[in-house]
Design a protein around this ligand. Sequence first.
Ligand code: MG
Length: 378
Amino acid sequence: MHKVAILGSTGSIGTLTLEVLSHLGQDYKVVALSTHRNVKLLQKQIEEYSPEVVCITDEPSARSLHIRGAKLLTGREGLVEIAKGEADIVVNALVGAEGIYPTLSALQGKKRVCIANKETLVSFGEIVMNTARKYGGEIVPIDSEHSAIHQCMWMGRDEVVEIILTASGGPFRVSGIKKYITPEETLAHPVWKMGKKVTVDSATLMNKGLEVIEAVRLFSVPPESISVLIHPQSIIHSLVRFRDGAILAQLSLPDMRLPIQYALTYPKRTPSLVKPLDLAKVHLLEFEPPDKEKFPCLSLAYKAVSIAGTMPAVLSASDEVCVRSFLKRKITLPDIPEIIQKVMNKHRAIENPVLQEIEEADKWARRETSELVRLLNL
Ligand code: MG
């Protein structure tokens, strides 16, 4: 039997993971859950899944409400304690760079980490992969694109010459990002229902840029071997081209429960909750290259991962502040790449950084970005 800890169990990936675990049945037991501050939902999850331990990372929320039925931990230390605990599978569905600590602890304990936490791989990818290699821990991606690539790579990792990441193109695929676009229009994604940060990132294509960086780390390929392909139907979740010219793709209806289940059960495949894909009903699959002029975030991400070191962390941190500012109507959508570009230009990347240096670069980028946002609002 597998023992599973879910970090970020009240978010969109976390709740879907619990649904998948209920479906998988008795071979999987939930032993730990965590939330930032959605204590009400956490309490419901405790009653349904009876984990032994839970963590509330927002300390004021942990103090103000009390939890019944499970041992309560708090803060970053609580997440690390869960990662070191009895689970053999740790699902990291956290949002933000905090996810690095439990990820490293779990990998040091030779566990499987099913990862949906983008910042961890974008900012700390080299440290994460080196730790996995050194201790024998395992990283299996949950993101639909990286899951697709992981599945296609079974056919021969060393023979891969190109990874093709597909992107729906978001709501502004045709128009590009324009000054007049509101947060409400941006949050209406045509295919996936996700958290706010990733939905805005999908509209600017920064999400795809961050996924390019993740793919470089996860699959140890140079950025030049990764391309992005717009595919509005989101049926093909990514493709891999091999040395002999053959291309393999993974197809399914866009439903995160499939990549989540794959990350939990790999290398096994078991029946899932996802509706079977009927290609005759899909009728048409379209593809086009991304328009880099309309979506400058994509090139910024390629630039950041080519420079490497602390630069991807700067890109990611600056983007986080920009997205928050956009949602508060302090900046426009096209301001996002402009501000990130300025912050990146000002940053002197440190090569082969240690964890603290990445954290410092992250903090520096947040300060610089906030200052640029403030100047725009004078
Ligand atoms: Mg994705």
